[in-house]
Write a protein that binds this ligand. Structure first.
Ligand code: NAI
Length: 733
């Protein structure tokens, strides 16, 4: 038999070596081909008397198997006209196959009585096994993992609002105990092989070269196997199952914790605990059906559907490069010139070198340029000390970065990224100096955050090769990059910018050349709203909690501290100057002046803002604030505060879409989730508007506008959409 996504070799002893190796992919995932192949193989394996046992491994140096392809989720269980039963069967497919593998196709009763046994199957795990990858490993009877602390074993599904749907919620607690399993699955954090062995999840941790040999040895020595949970009298490690009082107590505690963590209506954690609880009191065959029931329930929820759609779009955007002009050949980006080695330039140099390109890092002064490289050094050293990167790899990365002040060093670069001061004159000067030495067809990208690209391109002799590539701080952590074609930018510049973003493995959105582009158009009104609330006397803690319960990673006041109040004041002053009489006051002018100029509370880096940052201690809200902005007697409810902060993001995001700053709802959603941490399970602001209905959105926005001011008015085109009963996403995901 031949397979598309795996290779099967039976040796002289009748042991099959199954090597999973998806063609053309750098990493294995459960996709439609592998699902089909694997199910076919399991049947053949059970039927073939000449095959005595099997070892399952991966043909990819990058790891064992990284989970499920999102395409699969898009198709299976997502509705689309399938009956309830069909939907269940689709959600149950992986569980059914893995169960067959571990039972050898025998009924549980026969296994329990010892009348039947499965053929032995061992996993030889060469690298990371996550989600459905680890679930395959767990369904094997024996698990051998390469001895490498960097290998990640885990079920991270919860982080995207899902649950492990391939038996993970059932086999993990039966191997590691309820407590360990619940921790692993509700937090989604992977563990290393040594920890997995200590918890009983894997049996052997051996040198990488020996995994297959050891796995085969075990298979040969154990011709008849039964999983522990299919044996009579099985007990959960550490207690649990069959209403063990310890387990009941554990679930009560865990449930309370989950309630606390999931105040924002995020069902995955609850469902994982329900799977474990309900599954722990029934036999395995029922337990996996319980899991699939919850898995399907999750897949059918708005939150999950939205999230999958957005993540799916992200993946498509990254892989297919749909925004990329088709007829431009792939760019070769081997060497990049980074101008300015400050906060942004240093980060850009790091991610570029990490992506594999050489970097020429230029600053006014060699000391600054070297300091910029020092930033990479710090990240690398931290990575090495934590075992995330080898010393050699770290050194290779650092060797790619050359700090300098000499523009001649730029002569053979393939791309320039400029990150000098946000001053048009300084930028004009470096553009001129750079274009004097670089090749005629090299693309010049600016990381400006406020200056229009079309305007900057006027300083260039090749405006068709000039483009904006806008990063976010901290560059090494923030996944989003905005790409901004100017008025004269050509296809080659756009294609090169997208190719570069792909090289450094970030998510691009293409946005129109307007003030603030997309994210910086939406975030300031949101932060302003929070500051207005402070000025009105709303308790800062309430404001911060409201945002967090919307699912924002940090509160808006903490974010204002990060981006600095001083910068806010500076931008406000320059906007005032630029717009003159057209400047529309935002209402936070007085607060900014008071905080920055009178009180010296400029933000986190300048010692503190809305928060205090005690050395070595935890940040906390600045107690002095109430002296200058007294707390009002009447406070809004948490829900009112939430709504106000939510619409302070939805309205400007909708305006950007209405004005074509982002060309489609997908980009608006991606930009929001990856740019400023808009809750991923909403699918992003446009998705969220679709979920509640455009009509509801318009109605709520209008009532907020009446209460708080015209800034909450919905865009006209949304009013029209509401009237017509239209949706933003035309096609169902
Ligand atoms: P920074 O002040 O930390 O770094 C600027 C660097 O440019 C300094 O090291 C400076 O010595 C160097 N520089 C100045 N003039 C130069 C010249 N003529 N030749 C060579 N080097 C020169 O500033 P930061 O924050 O890194 O910002 C840089 C650019 O990135 C600005 O355009 C800014 O608007 C933009 N940006 C900043 C973000 C942020 O969060 N800070 C986010 C996105 C974009």
């Amino acid at each position: 038999m031949t397979y598309k996504a795996m290779n099967v070799d039976v040796d002289g002893d009748g042991i099959a070596l199954v090597t999973i190796d998806l063609p053309g992919k750098s990493m294995n995932v459960w996709d439609a081909d592998l699902m089909e192949d694997f199910a076919k193989w399991v049947d053949a394996f059970i039927a073939d008397e000449n095959v005595k046992g099997a070892v399952i491994t991966s043909g990819k140096p990058s790891g064992f198997l990284a989970g499920a392809d999102l395409n699969m989720l898009g198709g299976g269980g997502m509705g689309g006209g399938a009956s309830k039963k069909e939907q269940f069967e689709s959600a149950f497919a992986l569980n059914a196959t893995l169960r067959k593998l571990e039972t050898g196709g025998h009924p549980a009763k026969a296994l329990q009585k010892g009348e039947a046994h499965a053929k032995p199957v061992a996993a030889a795990v060469n690298g990371l096994a996550l989600g459905g990858g680890l679930e395959l490993v767990l369904a094997c009877h024996h698990r051998v993992v390469a001895d490498n602390p960097k290998i990640q074993l885990g079920v991270p599904e919860v982080q995207v609002g899902l649950l492990p749907g391939g038996g993970g919620t059932q086999r993990l607690p039966r191997l590691a105990g309820l407590q360990n399993a619940a921790m692993m699955a509700t937090q989604g954090k992977p563990i290393d092989p040594a920890t997995a062995k200590a918890q009983g999840i894997v049996q052997e941790v051996v040198p990488a070269d020996d995994i297959v040999v050891k796995a085969k040895e075990w298979v040969k020595a154990n011709p008849k196997t039964t999983q522990p949970w299919d044996k009579k009298g099985f007990k959960f490690p550490g207690g649990g199952g069959a209403m063990d009082p310890r387990a009941v107590q554990f679930f009560i505690g865990a449930n309370a914790m989950a309630q606390k963590q999931t105040q924002h209506n995020y069902p995955a954690v609850q469902y994982i605990l329900s799977c474990m609880y309900e599954g722990s009191i029934v036999p395995m065959d029922t337990a996996i059906r319980v899991e699939s029931k919850y898995f399907l329930k999750l897949l059918s929820s708005d939150q999950t559907r939205n999230m999958i759609r957005t993540l799916f779009i992200n993946k498509q955007a990254a892989e297919k490069g749909e925004q990329r002009p088709k007829d431009v050949p792939p760019s070769e980006i081997k060497k990049v010139g980074v101008l300015g080695a400050g906060m942004m330039g240093a980060g850009i140099a790091y991610v570029t070198a990490k992506g594999g390109a050489d970097v020429v890092l230029i600053d006014r002064d060699l000391e600054y340029a070297e300091k910029g490289k020092g930033y990479s050094q710090k990240i690398v050293e931290k990575g090495v000390s934590r075992g995330k990167v080898t010393k050699e790899k770290g050194e290779e990365l650092l060797a790619r970065i050359t700090p300098t002040t000499d523009y001649d060093d730029l002569k053979d670069v393939d791309l320039i990224i400029e990150a000098v001061f946000e001053d048009p004159d300084v930028k004009a000067d470096v553009i001129k100096k750079t274009e004097a030495v670089i090749g005629k067809d090299v693309i010049f990208a600016s990381n400006t955050s406020t200056l229009p690209i079309t305007g900057l391109a006027k300083h260039s002799e090749r405006p068709d090769q000039f483009i904006g590539i806008h990063f976010f701080s901290p560059v090494d952590k923030m996944p989003l990059v905005e790409i901004i074609p100017g008025g004269k930018t050509g296809d080659k510049a756009l294609a090169t910018a997208l190719d570069y973003v792909r090289l450094i493995k970030k998510t691009p959105i293409v946005v129109k050349d307007t003030r603030g582009f997309y994210t910086n158009r939406v975030v300031p009104p949101y932060l302003n709203e929070a500051m207005l609330m402070v000025a009105e006397g709303i308790k800062p803690a309430l404001i911060e909690n409201a945002a967090k319960s919307l699912g924002m990673p940090v509160g808006p006041l903490a974010l204002t501290d990060e981006t600095s109040l001083e910068l806010g004041l500076r931008i406000m002053n320059s906007t005032k100057k630029e717009l003159g009489d057209d400047y529309k006051p935002t209402g936070v002018e007085d607060l900014l002046v008071k905080m920055v100029e009178d009180l010296g509370r400029k933000g986190r880096k300048s010692g503190g803002g809305f928060y205090e940052y005690p050395e070595g201690g935890k940040k906390h809200l600045w107690a002095g604030l109430s002296e200058y902005f007294p707390v009002a007697a009447e406070q809004p409810s948490l829900d009112e505060a939430k709504e106000r902060l939510l619409y302070a993001q939805l309205i400007p995001a909708a305006q950007c879409y209405a004005e074509g700053i982002v060309s489609d709802p997908q980009s608006a959603d991606l930009g929001a989730i990856f740019g400023w941490g808009f809750a991923p399970w909403t699918g992003g602001p446009m998705s969220h508007i679709d979920t509640i209905g455009v009509e509801t959105f318009v109605r709520k926005a209008e009532s907020l506008a009446q209460k708080y001011g015209s800034r909450f008015n919905p865009p006209e085109s949304f009013r029209e959409m509401a009237k017509a009963g239209d949706k933003l996403y035309k096609k169902a995901a």
